[in-house]
Design a protein around this ligand. Structure first.
Ligand code: SF4
Length: 165
């Protein structure tokens, strides 16, 4: 297996571990549940994620939905059909995400969550550091492109729906 795809898998596990910890910490302020699909869009992902997911689902019978209105093709009957293999962006849905925007720290969370939570209580310890993990994923993807001698540029992204093309 490609070394960078192995590292991608490790990064995904680290993100799952932190996300699960934060979901437990905030469980009383999070409305996320099976059947809620507000976050499920046709996201664009890096080639290292794209190739890893493609490989993971290649022998599975995947049901698909429609990508009308920008919806994710893997959303069917309000459920993710590739849940175990879903991209990193889908693993932090609903959490309070901390990131830098126009040189200012910004916090984002689903409109259904944290409706009764004082923003002042968000700290570095109870939010998801999105920039940190995005930077790690960016570098990992860049190394992957070198590893497989890909024609993709380091900023190229691929829409999720192309996984079924
Ligand atoms: S891959 Fe699954 S969790 Fe991610 S947007 Fe698509 S349906 Fe939703």
């Amino acid at each position: 297996m490609s070394e960078m795809r192995k590292r991608y898998s490790e990064l995904r596990s680290a993100i799952d571990e932190l996300s699960n910890k934060l979901f437990k910490m905030h469980h009383s302020h999070v409305e996320c549940k099976k059947g809620c699909d507000l976050c499920c869009m046709d996201y664009q992902i890096f080639p290292v994620e794209f190739d890893s997911i493609k490989e993971a689902i290649k022998n599975e019978e995947i049901q698909t939905g429609t990508k009308e209105n920008g919806s994710c093709i893997f959303l069917k009957d309000h459920e993710c059909q590739i849940y175990e293999h879903r991209p990193i962006i889908c693993r932090t849905h609903g959490l309070p995400l901390l990131f830098m925007n126009d040189e200012q720290w910004e916090l984002s969370a689903c409109e259904l969550n944290f409706t009764n939570f004082d923003d002042e209580e968000f700290t570095a310890e109870n939010t998801f550091p999105q920039d940190k993990f995005n930077s790690l994923l960016f570098v990992l993807n860049k190394n992957y492109l070198n590893e497989i001698k890909s024609d993709h540029g380091e900023f190229d992204l691929i829409p999720i729906h192309k996984l079924i093309d």
